[in-house]
Design a protein around this ligand. Structure first.
Ligand code: NAD
Ligand code: UDP
Length: 308
């Protein structure tokens, strides 16, 4: 197949492009390098089946493809809050442009949505039927509401125009190729530990997240895209939940660092807990993560050691 990946020079996008090339597909990547990097695609930039287009998804694009993975959007709170209006535009216009293209060329289109659509959830763990608890005017809203609006657009294009959609809600995913200044917790803790700097826990560290290693997530994304039974929304993530204090402790142990753990103020609207219910993915994709946090952290630590 010929497959378009928007945001293909980013963390998840570059792993996805690489996996699709390995499977023998033609891959076209669109990215504006906001949080993506040429280094992420360097390993396959000269692959005969790979094509890179520097482009902003806010503006329309035309390519003849069979499938579209719409991943373009900064995912780290630090980066999506840098220019929040642009973040909303990227989510909403990127979705409209991906859907418009899918409609025109009759491609299947997958939206990389997020657990953030559940906001600071009062239902735990989160199932796909939960409508969420999102602040529509807070500092995280550009991302949360942008992604919620994108989901709305996907389902309206499906209902109105029969566009063949897949909507996946990705929970916190980590691994090699995250930016060292990404601002997300796993990369922050590892980079701090390797540099011997203070490890910064925001708040008291009792808030929880469930971390999925990138290889597992990419496997789930591709399985979801290529099955016919269900269009979503579907949760993908690792259901094993950790507090930020437990994560910091694991990073200290695995790196053997002498860094101190310090506490900083909790950012506004920081969700207190997050854990995916992945029953749907287990049932329809026969998928569940296979790489435990300890193993995934070791691989990610190795990556940051080599790239520093
Ligand atoms: P990332 O920031 O590494 O990748 C995003 C990519 O999109 C980057 O290459 C960036 O340059 C590109 N991009 C941003 N705005 C663009 C624009 N206007 N036009 C073209 N390209 C643009 O983040 P990631 O972790 O790889 O996330 C990829 C997708 O998955 C995002 O849509 C994100 O919301 C979603 N997601 C990720 C996670 C996670 O834990 N990694 C969780 C939930 C959802
Ligand atoms: N966090 C932290 N220290 C950091 C970065 C993040 O304690 O250096 C916390 C953050 O407050 C949140 C959790 O880690 O509670 C996950 O943050 P991240 O930005 O990785 O993802 P998200 O909040 O979007 O799930």
């Amino acid at each position: 197949m010929r497959i378009l990946v928007t945001g293909g020079a980013g963390f998840l996008g570059s792993h996805l492009c690489e996996r699709l090339l390995t499977q023998g597909h033609d891959v076209i990547c669109i990215d504006n390098f906001f949080t993506g990097r040429k280094e992420n695609v360097m390993g396959f930039l000269d692959h005969p089946k790979f094509e890179f287009i520097r482009h902003d998804v806010v503006d329309p694009f035309k390519v003849e493809v069979d499938q579209i993975y719409n991943l373009a959007c900064p995912a780290s709170p630090v980066h999506y809050q840098y220019n929040p209006i642009k973040t909303t535009k990227t989510s909403v216009m990127g979705a409209i442009n991906s859907l418009g293209l899918a409609k025109r060329v009759r491609a299947r289109v997958l939206q990389a949505s997020t657990s953030e659509v559940y906001g600071d959830p009062v239902e735990h763990p989160q199932t796909e039927t939960y409508w969420g608890h999102v602040n529509p005017i807070g500092v995280r809203s550009c991302y949360d509401e942008g992604k919620r609006c994108a989901e709305t657009l996907f389902f309206d294009y499906h209902r109105e125009n029969w566009v063949d959609i897949r909507v996946v809600r990705i929970f916190n995913t980590y691994g090699p190729r995250m930016l060292s200044n990404d601002g997300r917790v796993v990369s922050n803790f590892i980079v701090q530990a390797l540099k011997g700097e203070d490890i910064t826990i925001y708040g008291d560290g009792s808030q929880s997240r469930s971390f999925c290693y990138v290889d597992d997530l990419i496997d789930g994304l591709i399985r979801f895209m290529n099955q016919e039974k269900i269009i979503g929304p579907m949760n993908l993530g690792n259901p094993v939940e950790f507090t930020m204090s437990e994560l910091a402790q694991q990073v200290v142990t695995l790196t053997g660092t002498t860094s101190k753990i310090v506490h900083k103020p909790l950012p506004h609207d920081d969700p207190k807990q997050r854990q995916p219910d992945i029953s749907l993915a287990k049932k329809h994709l026969n998928w569940e993560p296979s790489i435990p946090l300890k193993e995934g952290l070791k691989r990610t630590i190795d990556y940051f050691k080599k790239s520093s």
